[in-house]
Design a protein around this ligand. Structure first.
Ligand SMILES: C[S@@+](CC[C@H](N)C(=O)[O-])C[C@H]1O[C@@H](n2cnc3c(N)ncnc32)[C@H](O)[C@@H]1O
Length: 218
């Protein structure tokens, strides 16, 4: 495992201490809807793919990827060492450990020349400011995606309904306070993926329109 991140070095915040209650919190607010949205396009992943899963939290999606997609290799890249510990325990419990490399770190922890058929970012892009997305996160992850490769994104999008606007505002405030995420407002990540040269292949609106599950291709 590479260097352990902390809130000072990671604009995506420090999710260590919230890790024991993160899944329960998400369930209280959204039920299973956030998980369902993340799994929508897993069937698009070809068998024997190499997969980079970034910011997977406690590992629910990782288990789905391993069981449903039969990948050749998965790199689980997470800045929170406690989230990684939870994901590791979950995979050990299901006897799925051998198929995954767990790495505590962020996009800068990717090694030069490391490339994948599929990149997955579940509720990751919403943590960052426009600047970080454009200058750092999207370019680094894009360079780890093979030409013709697929980037599966599930994330919040700007809502039009008043109560969703309030909920999103409250969530950003909460995670700024608790985890120290840098962003103050939801960045237009769809625009930045397009600006980076990715092409949108499929999109499904979820959770009453406040979440979008998307497939982008390099
Ligand atoms: C909002 S949580 C989402 C967790 C999980 N995907 C889910 O939906 O339950 C964001 C996760 O991304 C991780 N994270 C934040 N910045 C990151 C980065 N630059 N690279 C990798 N992981 C990051 C956090 O530690 C946290 O576990």
């Amino acid at each position: 495992m590479t260097a352990i991140m902390d809130v000072k070095t990671n604009p995506g915040g420090n999710f260590n201490w919230i890790s024991p209650i993160y899944d329960a919190l998400a369930f209280v607010v959204f039920g299973r809807k956030l998980q369902q949205a993340q799994a929508l396009f897993l069937s698009a992943i070809p068998p024997k793919a190499s997969v980079l899963l970034v910011g997977g939290g406690t590992g629910w999606l990782l288990e789905q990827v391993l069981v449903r997609c039969r990948p050749e290799r998965v790199l689980y890249l997470e800045t929170s060492s406690r989230m990684v510990a939870r994901a590791t325990r979950r995979m050990a419990h299901k006897s799925l450990l051998g198929m995954v490399e767990f790495r505590v770190g962020d996009e800068t922890s990717l090694r030069s020349g490391e490339q994948f058929d599929v990149v997955i970012t579940p509720f990751l892009l919403d943590l960052f400011s426009e600047n970080t997305l454009q200058i750092r996160l999207i370019p680094r992850l894009l360079s780890a995606l093979k030409p013709g490769g697929m980037w599966l994104v599930t994330d919040f999008v700007a809502p039009s309904v008043w109560w969703q606007k309030i909920l999103l505002w409250a969530m950003i405030r909460f995670f700024r306070l608790i985890a120290g995420i840098e962003t103050r407002k939801l960045a237009n990540w769809q625009q930045y993926l397009a600006d980076a040269g990715l092409v949108l292949q499929a999109r499904k609106s979820q959770v009453g329109g406040m979440v979008s599950a998307e497939v982008w291709v390099r």
